[in-house]
Design a protein around this ligand. Structure first.
Ligand code: DOR
Ligand code: ZN
Length: 346
């Protein structure tokens, strides 16, 4: 049995870091494992301009523990009114790595998101021309659509028309949760369509939200789906296809915001993300494909150099922390809190 695995330093291609005290509390967990991360722009107010992204990047760098080597890659929050030139300038100046499309109302802090694709056609034309990736939260916001069908409906009603209208636009379908999404991305042969997959969608199906009672710490968006979908995601992630890569969607909310009458969506997986993903690859007999998923496919898709240096994980049982403290006396309940993992980052 393989006892340790060394891979090039990995990247997290979808991450929420928040700001202020929370940023300072959560960032070390990511910087310990990952060389770079695409940082989501759904702050309040959202990161919609080059200046705002530049300032946020500086705050992230200032919040790093001494000696940490970590590069935040910034995403521009797309609004109906985003000027194409703002996006072009941010990309050419190396401030924006990508643009994030939230359908308005789809998730946490998405109220400034896009209400209709026509409104952002000019931005998408520009991005297609300059080779800038569009990162999509792929869920229909039609209240008539069942919450478990929102991704599949978005694919049919919005994503397929978008891909046809912008045939050279680079697109990442974020945190995919369904076999429909996995199939669409697997079948694409152009190389311009990719997907990130979270650890929770690989490890759990929707029953986890209701085991013995309602479990708010398993609630995220897109919501966990049925077992058939989880198995399709595991096949996709471990298939060796370069179109699938690691993106945790780690999304910290303090526990009182989740354990509430109307609890927030988001799972904080940053502390043990790499170990959780590796557990899945091990269970699937795909340890030899882990480096591609975690350290190579994303870089290649984004056209960025592979990281220098390595990380090593060892087969060693250890328990995940029950709680991650925040400076104001609050705390975050992490993914897999109190559970045992069989791999440990050295
Ligand atoms: O579960 C989620 N949490 N999904 C998202 O799309 C947003 C995120 C957050 O920011 O909390
Ligand atoms: Zn997210």
């Amino acid at each position: 049995m393989t006892q340790s695995l060394t891979l090039p330093r990995p990247d997290d291609w979808h991450l929420h870091l928040r700001d202020g005290d929370t940023l300072r509390a959560v960032l070390p967990h990511t910087a310990r494992q990952f060389a770079r991360a695409i940082v989501m722009p759904n702050l309040k107010p959202p990161v919609t301009t080059v200046d705002a992204a530049h300032a946020y990047r500086e705050r992230i760098l200032a919040a790093l523990p001494p000696g940490a080597r970590f590069v935040p890659l910034m995403a521009c929050y797309l609004c109906d009114a985003t000027p194409p030139d703002e996006v072009r300038r941010g990309f050419s100046e190396g401030v924006f790595t990508a643009v994030k499309l939230y359908p308005a109302g789809a998730t946490t802090h998405s109220e400034y998101g896009v209400t209709a694709l026509d409104k952002v056609a000019g931005v998408l034309e520009t991005m297609q021309e300059i080779g800038m990736p569009l990162l999509i939260h792929g869920e229909s916001t039609d209240p008539a659509v069942d919450v478990f069908d929102r991704e599949a409906t978005f694919i049919e009603q919005t994503l397929k028309p978008l891909l046809a209208r912008f045939p050279r636009l680079k697109v990442v379908l974020e945190h995919i949760t369904t076999e429909q999404a996995a199939d669409l991305v697997s079948r694409d042969s152009s190389g311009r369509l990719a997907a990130t997959i979270t650890p929770q969608h690989l490890m759990f199906n929707r029953n986890a939200m209701f085991t013995g009672g309602i479990r708010p710490h398993f609630y995220c968006l897109p919501v966990l789906k049925r077992e058939r979908h989880r198995l399709a995601l595991r096949r996709a992630a471990t298939s060796g296809s370069p179109a699938f890569f690691l993106g945790t969607d780690s999304a910290p909310h303090d526990r009182t915001a989740k354990e509430a009458a109307c609890g927030c969506a988001g799972i904080f997986s940053a502390p043990n993300a790499l170990e959780a993903y590796l557990t899945v690859f091990d269970e699937e007999g795909a340890l030899d494909r882990f480096a591609a998923f975690a350290s190579e496919n994303g870089s290649r898709f984004y056209g960025l150099p592979l990281n220098e240096g390595t990380v090593t994980l060892r087969r060693e049982r250890h328990r995940v922390a029950e709680s991650i403290p925040l400076p104001d006396g609050k705390a975050i309940h992490p993914f897999l809190a109190g559970e045992e993992l069989g791999w440990k980052l050295a």
